[in-house]
Design a protein around this ligand. Structure first.
Ligand SMILES: C[S@@+](CC[C@H](N)C(=O)[O-])C[C@H]1O[C@@H](n2cnc3c(N)ncnc32)[C@H](O)[C@@H]1O
Length: 197
């Protein structure tokens, strides 16, 4: 395993074991649910990287989506998700590093994963999401539109910075302030719906 992968795995596992999961909202994210309510294809192959408790996956499976992959680098996170959602045959649980993960998907769902990776890996994130999507596939979800202090995640940013990152791989269908964020994040998020070229 690459040194930075091992360090990330140790860091996140430690946070999960120590209960330092302040990002966890406890229910499926409004903007993601509202988008998926009108998503037409229940057969779509969906990846949620850095899934954590993945409340959205539980909801998606209950809506009839049949191919959902959950990926997290922390064994504790994946074990918890599995304990909670193993009864859904539509969900596959993978413990691993996003940056080396292989697969081909129609939709990637982003929520507080991008802000959790080191800032110097953001261009790699953009390239990797595009690699994991088929042409015409989508990267959909929310990104923080604010800065954070401190040298631990979350790491913030701005629309112009992100647009530059994703512009090489995606056409922007939507990249704008999020109008239906959860209350605690209102006014601090962007909703993205990017189509892989
Ligand atoms: C801030 S949490 C967000 C969890 C979830 N998306 C949510 O919104 O509740 C970031 C998650 O990404 C996972 N993670 C961090 N780096 C990763 C990597 N390189 N590959 C896969 N998962 C990773 C962490 O273990 C953690 O569960």
């Amino acid at each position: 395993m690459e040194e930075r992968t091992r360090m990330a795995a140790d860091y996140w596992e430690h946070r999960w074991q120590g209960g330092r999961t302040g990002w966890d909202i406890g229910y499926p994210s409004h903007p993601i649910v509202q988008y998926m309510e009108q998503y037409p294809d229940k057969e779509a192959h969906i990846l949620i990287p850095g899934c954590g408790n993945a409340y959205e996956a539980d909801w998606l499976a209950a809506q009839g989506f049949r191919h959902i992959t959950l990926l997290d680098i922390s064994p504790t996170a994946i074990a918890r998700a599995k304990t909670k959602m193993e009864h859904h045959t539509a969900i596959e649980f993978v413990c691993g590093d996003f940056f080396v993960f292989q697969g081909q998907f129609d939709l990637l769902i982003e929520q507080t994963f991008f802000c959790a990776i080191p800032v110097d890996r953001r261009s790699e994130y953009a390239r990797k999401t595009a690699e994991l999507l088929r042409t015409g596939g989508r990267l959909m979800g929310v990104l923080f539109d604010r800065q954070f202090s401190g040298d631990e995640p979350p790491f913030g940013g701005s629309a112009s910075e992100y647009q530059e990152l994703f512009g090489s791989y995606y056409t922007q269908e939507h990249f704008a302030p999020c109008y239906n964020s959860i209350d605690a994040r209102a006014g601090t998020e962007l909703f993205i719906n990017l189509v892989k070229r």
